[in-house]
Design a protein around this ligand. Structure first.
Ligand code: FDA
Length: 307
């Protein structure tokens, strides 16, 4: 019940100011967002990859209001590519991008976001890695998929995300499950209306399995973004049935969530990529993590009271 309330708060400017200013917020935020600068996150990338994990890096930020902010987002990713180049990890360290941060919601935003993301994808390809386009709320997805298709003409390894809670996603999965595609399947983290999305956890989980099956039986490269132990077991079973080898799909989990499981799956020989977010504009990302697990909120509130 708390999840939708927290998701609504994630869009409130007033709540953003209150939560961001609270002194106790920082330690809780750090669990999910381990740094504010590229200098702080690079040692974390080295540490995770030394443990046999892979990484996708997200510079946090979304819902920007000026074109200048969209250029700043592009430049932050270009700076990140420069730093990844020094590490020489290739595709073991890729990047995740929210197109809203690249200006998608501004007037002329589709073209602006494409123009901003292209140099990032190009720079990523030059150092042997790639970019995955995150899925945001359902109103943004036609534009995201069109940008994905456009980028794939020159950079076919560009990935995208699909969300199991949306009714449209099975059709998207069929279209995307083609040779050379890289698709991350997640449950979905935004507050979506009943006209477009399942509202019930059991229905979302069932849809996830149907979509997973489409991806596993297809010819693309599925990236399973979930911490759900049941879905991880089902993934392994479907991969076995589809005759996929361990390097023909990968698991992905968020930094700070079920970290022992990251290591366990990697030790079993699976590719395990840790989605690692960093930056100063962490509010939206942080609130979605609270909404996913109300116990996180209780922990947060308790630390405010006992301080
Ligand atoms: P579920 O929510 O059922 O959780 C299963 C178990 O995992 C829980 O019981 C708990 O133990 C643990 N867990 C899950 N979330 C937790 C949390 N916040 N704190 C502590 N424990 C937690 N969404 C989206 O809309 N667009 C996107 O682009 C992405 N990208 C993305 C990348 C990656 C790598 C991941 C893992 C997830 C996303 N998501 C996303 C988020 C996704 O939609 C979903 O909200 C979360 O993954 C939670 O769903 P689970 O599949 O983990 O299952």
């Amino acid at each position: 019940m708390l999840g939708p309330v927290i998701l609504a708060a994630s869009r409130s400017e007033k709540m953003r100011r209150i939560v961001s200013a609270a002194p106790v917020t920082k330690p809780v935020v750090n669990r999910f967002i381990p740094g504010e600068t590229v200098d702080q996150v690079i040692p974390i990338v080295s540490d995770l990859t030394a443990k046999g994990l892979e990484v996708t890096l997200d510079v946090v930020g979304e819902d920007i209001t000026t074109v200048e902010q969209s250029y700043a987002a592009r430049d932050a990713y270009l700076e990140l590519v420069e730093r990844l180049k020094d590490l020489g990890l290739g595709e073991r360290a890729e990047m995740s991008v929210k197109l809203s941060m690249f200006g998608q919601a501004l007037p002329g935003g589709h073209e602006l976001a494409l123009a901003n993301v292209r140099p990032v994808v190009e720079a990523a390809a030059a150092i042997g890695t790639t970019v995955t386009l995150d899925a945001e709320d359902h109103t943004t997805l036609d534009s995201m998929f069109a940008i994905h298709e456009e980028l794939r003409k020159d950079f076919p390894q560009t990935g995208c995300v699909i969300q199991a809670y949306l009714f449209r996603t099975e059709a998207d999965a069929r279209r995307l499950a083609a040779a050379g595609s890289r698709v991350r399947i997640v449950k979905g983290a935004y507050k979506e209306p009943a006209e477009v999305a399942y509202q019930n956890k059991a229905e979302i989980d069932k849809a996830y399995v149907r979509i997973l099956k489409i991806l596993m039986d297809g010819e693309g490269y599925p990236m399973i973004g979930s911490h759900d132990p049941r879905l991880i077991a089902i993934t392994q079973e479907l991969a076995r049935k589809a005759g996929r080898k361990l390097d023909e799909y990968e698991f992905q989990m968020l930094y700070g969530i079920r970290s022992e499981e990251h290591l366990r799956l990697a030790a079993e020989g699976h590719r395990m990529r840790v989605y690692t977010a960093y930056g100063t504009d962490w509010y939206g990302y942080f609130m979605r993590r609270l909404a996913e697990k109300p116990a996180n909120l209780l922990f947060f509130v308790r630390s405010m009271i006992t301080k």
